[in-house]
Write a protein that binds this ligand. Sequence first.
Ligand SMILES: Nc1ncnc2c1ncn2[C@@H]1O[C@H](COP(=O)(O)OP(=O)(O)OP(=O)(O)O)[C@@H](O)[C@H]1O
Ligand SMILES: [Mg+2]
Length: 355
Amino acid sequence: MSDGALLARAAELVARFPSCRLLVAGDIMLDEFVFGTVGRISPEAPVPVVAVTRDERVPGGAANVARNVAGLRARVEMAGFVGSDQTGRDVARMLKGQGIGVSAVVADPDRPTTVKTRVIAHSQQVVRVDRERKGPPSRKTHDALLRKVLSALDGVDGVVFSDYRKGTLSAELVAEVTAAARRKGLFVAVDPKQTDFSFYGGCTVITPNKGEAQAALGGRELRDDLEVWEGGKTLLRKCRAKAVLITRGEEGMTLVERGRPACFHVPALARQVFDVTGAGDTVIGTLATCLAAGASMREAAVLANVAASVVVGEVGTAPITAEKLLHALRAQDREREAEREEGLQIPARPGGTRH
Ligand SMILES: Nc1ncnc2c1ncn2[C@@H]1O[C@H](COP(=O)(O)OP(=O)(O)OP(=O)(O)O)[C@@H](O)[C@H]1O
Ligand SMILES: [Mg+2]
């Protein structure tokens, strides 16, 4: 697709986002950032003393996927666990404040809300402190979530599973919700963490990064485009999906679709990379929103790649927004135009290349 055509199509899809509705289910976390400066070493132990200047708390993990969907102005319902603690109530309040529905957010009395605290001094991470309890919830808590997720399927266009393998997504929940979603004609998009992809059997599209794809292939290395394509085909069979989108960091992403004789490579676009954390959340959030708006898998992948290039160029885990996405597409369009006018050699991008 030419840049002009891509821009027009993207504008059309973005205009439809506000009428799209997604359910995001998975491991909810709180990302906490403590910023400060270091002036001295502690007299108590050989560690720096960080004088805190400010801190920031944002919903993370699966909730970061929901933030990206909300940033694109689509409607989104969050499903998952928080602890029955003040942090859990804070997370729910933050989500609500961002227009994210919390009817399927369940307070688990047996675990604290997962919190990941990064202490950052002079732009350098000093330490990360994790508060969490992994593992399955009690039967009662599990079933409470399952019921809420099933009833939240009414009125959504698709489901996103954002698995960080903290115990929210059980095999039973994934299987039941996938079957119910498929019966209703909804798509199911998965950001996986399990190594056995049959866990996500029957999903529509799955978006492992290269490491996750390699692990799911029993440690087989994916060293070049051809190996990624071959690996993608194997994964497609394992989870009986329609498509596998392997995200490859600075190498962009590769889409392998069932029934297509060729795969589709989308080169990375980011010029300056500041912070790659959360890029995967932006990819699945944008991909799912585009699919809900009626995009083809290829169109959704191309736009997810543009969205990821925007967020890796920003510091922190700021989600994508409809404005930023369109702005990036316009900038790209202008750049291509200028290159054409200068008569430069134009490498094949960003519509992707076929192999
Ligand atoms: N260094 C980079 N340069 C350019 N683009 C990048 C870079 N890292 C990530 N991206 C973009 O973000 C997408 C997702 O990145 P990646 O494959 O690292 O996902 P991930 O490992 O799931 O990320 P996360 O840290 O959120 O788990 C890539 O396909 C690409 O579009
Ligand atoms: Mg990821």
